[in-house]
Design a protein around this ligand. Structure first.
Ligand SMILES: *Cc1c(COP(=O)(O)O)cnc(C)c1O
Length: 429
């Protein structure tokens, strides 16, 4: 049996899988921020191109992937599915552990799976510039990469704490031609307001979204792009799970447990939704930080996607749109809400959620790096923590569990975080 299961370019999915066709109840509609009435597709037109708005509300089970998008996917897809045999041996577990490695993309995470189609559809509709926010810099770099490939400009509002912690991500974005602004900034009214109240604000994804949305809404040739949470983003990420299903078949194995970390829900959904929606009997576990426990401690209610209240209201588990999480290293997991489809599935008990502390996630990432070799992103360490816990539980119960998880990105731009861990400077607040 091969340790690494690699597919041909022909095996890149030809359609994305849309879980909206298979939800236990219809998704509560997004509400207009001012009127609190359900929004119409026209309300979204200043921010998104028509094709993405159609995908956002589509109930079709399968949505065709344009050949131009598949062609760019071919640079790094299909991504490998790897059996973590060395980790299994280290843990002495009877569990079989597999990981889908999304760190092989040029920016090093799953995020280009949606950045590429988003840039493509905007370019097709004549948009010249995209604005966005970024936490750890993963999403910003994915969008700068994608816009560069389609000849567009990109402005990235980067959460200030990450801007300071992760200069190499900024340089990567600038290398791909992007303009990077630390948020909160003086460029926008929403940024100015936050700075007036707190000149030392570390920023948050919610604040950065407000700035990027405001910038796009004020400029004709510019639209906005979101890296998680929205239906069309999760849709694009299903290439991960669709490939993994084929690869598990080749491995002649079936996952009992599927694990992913959750910031807004896109990499978890990308891997888990095809398994859940297409009738596989899996236990899907969404892992979040204790510092930002959206599913495990949030409330299921309508809330804004951003800090200033400019975005439509989404029905989701939320910690409140003014919640500013402590500056943990997994910047991509510092978001107050989660994708509405994920929240609905959680409410119905179709997925589970766990919250884990920062130091134990790095303990897990360190074991992974020293057995499997790849240094994981701090976000991905959250998934690995739960994978190890589940594998040890299987050992205790003498069960041959099959665990599949999403290694959503590598951590080679996050070595300062590993340095903090190695020198005992990491705290659990
Ligand atoms: C952004 C990011 C996440 C969290 O975002 P989701 O939308 O929940 O996937 C997780 N892992 C990595 C490596 C990321 O870059």
């Amino acid at each position: 049996m091969n340790r690494k299961i690699v597919l041909d370019e022909e095996d890149i999915p030809k359609s994305w899988y849309n879980i909206l066709s298979d939800l236990p109840e219809p998704l509560p509609p997004p509400l207009h921020p001012a009127t609190k009435e359900p929004i119409s597709p026209d309300d979204l037109a200043p921010l998104f191109p028509r094709e993405l708005i159609m995908q956002e509300v589509s109930q079709e089970r399968w949505i065709r992937i344009p050949e131009e998008v598949r062609d760019v996917y071919k640079t790094y897809r299909p991504t490998p599915l790897i059996r973590a045999t060395r980790l299994e041996e280290y843990l002495k577990t009877p569990a079989r552990i597999y990981y889908k490695y999304e760190g092989v993309s040029p920016p090093g995470s799953h995020k280009p799976n949606t950045a590429i189609p988003q840039a493509f559809y905007n370019m097709k509709e004549g948009v010249e510039r995209l604005t966005t926010e970024t936490g750890a810099g993963q999403w910003g770099s994915a969008l700068c990469y994608a816009t560069a490939l389609f000849g567009m400009k990109c402005t990235v509002y980067m959460v200030r704490v990450s801007y300071n912690q992760k200069p190499y991500r900024r340089i990567l974005m600038e290398t791909w031609g992007g303009e990077v602004i630390p948020s909160p900034s003086n460029r926008t009214e929403s940024g100015k307001k936050v700075l007036e109240a707190d000149p030392d604000s570390p920023g948050s994804l919610g604040i950065a979204i407000s700035e990027a949305v405001e910038d796009a809404a004020k400029n004709e040739d510019t639209k906005y792009s979101l890296g998680s949470v929205l239906n069309h983003v999760l849709l694009h990420q299903t290439v991960i799970g669709l490939e993994a299903m084929k690869q598990m078949e080749i491995a002649e194995d079936e996952p009992d447990i599927v694990v992913g970390c959750v910031g807004g829900g896109s990499n978890f959904a990308g891997l888990a939704y095809p398994f859940i929606g297409l009738g596989k009997d899996v236990k899907a576990i969404a892992v979040e930080p204790v510092a930002c426990p959206t599913l495990t401690a949030g409330r299921y209610e309508y809330d804004f996607g951003d800090n200033a209240g400019l975005t439509p209201l989404l029905k989701m588990y939320t910690l409140g749109h003014d919640f500013v999480p402590p500056p943990i290293h997994a910047g991509g997991l510092r978001y107050h809400g989660d994708a509405p489809s994920l929240c609905l599935l959680y409410k119905h008990g179709l997925i589970e959620a766990r919250a884990v502390k920062q130091v134990p996630t790095f303990d897990a990432g360190m074991i992974f790096a020293r057995t499997e070799g790849i240094v994981p992103a701090p976000e991905s360490n959250h998934a690995i923590r739960v994978v190890i816990d589940e594998a040890l539980k299987a050992k205790e119960n003498k069960e041959e569990k099959v665990i599949l998880f999403n290694l959503s990105g590598h951590g080679y731009f996050d070595l300062a975080a590993y340095d903090d861990y190695l020198n005992d400077r990491l705290a659990d607040t």
